[in-house]
Design a protein around this ligand. Structure first.
Ligand SMILES: Nc1ncnc2c1ncn2[C@@H]1O[C@H](COP(=O)(O)OP(=O)(O)O)[C@@H](O)[C@H]1O
Ligand SMILES: [Mg+2]
Length: 301
């Protein structure tokens, strides 16, 4: 039987520094195996940096991180990672199935051709995300939500126990956001794996997450929504007065009269489909834009 620690992730008095600046400062928290954690916090709070630290790509300045009970190691096969930058996929003619398989060939086993085991694993992950049909089509013909399914399939290759999904919703309209979150939730439960899912907005995750990890001001707060999404906790993380309002099962985090996640990320303008285009421009550089009538902006992906 595979050894499995009850604690998927232990962060013990960890400081992470980039360019001489502390991104995370003496933070401690622990995530249990099988939890779905929403990783939230303002732009630049360190969500991506934390994930990269779990992958061994950012060294800890002090403290210790343990993943599934083991010290951090690069190329850890027990972690599946969906990086934040995913521009350019929309132009690719490669078939969905080959795209998923490329991750197996390239990143995990380094084999020049696919062996039977790899092929079986590709079919397994396509089934898990319900993408067998999609996989017969080229990426360029898929919607953003459909491509997201294939990216999730890639992360599941090799049976990781911890998934790090960095802003999987950033390019999607609200309807697709919900379906991606629900898909991740279903797969996460089916496999009893742990998920860290970063996002700018809490609401799409509300029905699926077990706990929230909120980052800000070099600090981290991990707890239930009721414990963390509160005026005192968020005011401490933002370093200014934050109000929390609940309306019809949705939660609004406000700074003055501005909704926090709208400060640098206007996600909705009411027509509900503008974000579908986000990664489909052909400039070839790693930013995204919306085609909404108003609130057009640039993400710092
Ligand atoms: N290579 C780097 N060198 C110095 N600073 C960096 C580097 N990468 C990111 N940062 C900074 O670290 C902070 C955290 O960034 P990041 O982890 O990307 O935040 P988030 O994902 O929450 O938006 C930001 O202030 C960012 O500008
Ligand atoms: Mg990020």
């Amino acid at each position: 039987m595979i050894h499995e620690s009850k604690t998927a992730l232990e962060v013990d008095r960890v400081t992470l520094e980039l360019g001489g600046r502390a991104i995370l400062n003496d933070a401690s928290f622990a995530v249990h195996t099988g939890e779905f954690i929403g990783v939230l916090g303002p732009n630049g709070a360190g969500k991506t940096t934390l994930m990269r630290a779990l992958l061994g790509l950012v060294p800890v300045a002090s403290g210790a991180i343990r993943v599934n009970g083991e010290a951090v190691v690069r190329g850890n096969p027990s972690i599946g990672y969906m990086p934040q930058i995913r521009a350019g996929l929309a132009n690719r003619r490669v078939l969905g199935r080959d795209f998923v398989a490329m991750a197996a060939d390239g990143h995990r086993w380094g084999l020049p051709h696919r062996d039977a085991r790899t092929r079986a694993d590709v079919e397994r992950v396509l089934d898990l995300v319900g993408a067998r049909q999609l996989a017969a089509r080229p990426l360029s013909e898929l919607s953003g939500g459909e491509r997201q399914r294939l990216l999730l399939a890639q992360c599941l290759l090799g049976n990781p126990r911890l998934l790090l999904l960095d802003e999987p919703l950033i390019s999607l309209d609200p309807r697709h956001q919900t379906s991606v979150v629900e898909l991740v939730r279903r797969v996460q439960r089916e496999l009893n794996i742990t998920v860290l899912f970063s996002a700018h907005e809490l609401n799409p995750l509300l029905n699926s997450l077990d706990r929230v990890l909120y980052l800000g001001n070099g600090r981290a707060a991990l707890g239930t929504v009721d414990e963390v999404i509160t005026k005192p906790v968020l005011s401490r993380l933002y370093g200014s007065t934050i109000d929390v309002m609940r309306v019809n099962g949705r939660i609004f985090v406000m700074s003055g009269d501005v909704e926090i996640d709208k400060l640098d990320h206007a996600h909705e303008n009411g027509n509900g489909h503008q974000h579908e285009h986000e990664h489909e421009h052909d400039h070839g550089h790693a930013h995204a834009h919306s085609h909404g009538k108003k609130g057009t902006h640039t993400h710092d992906v």
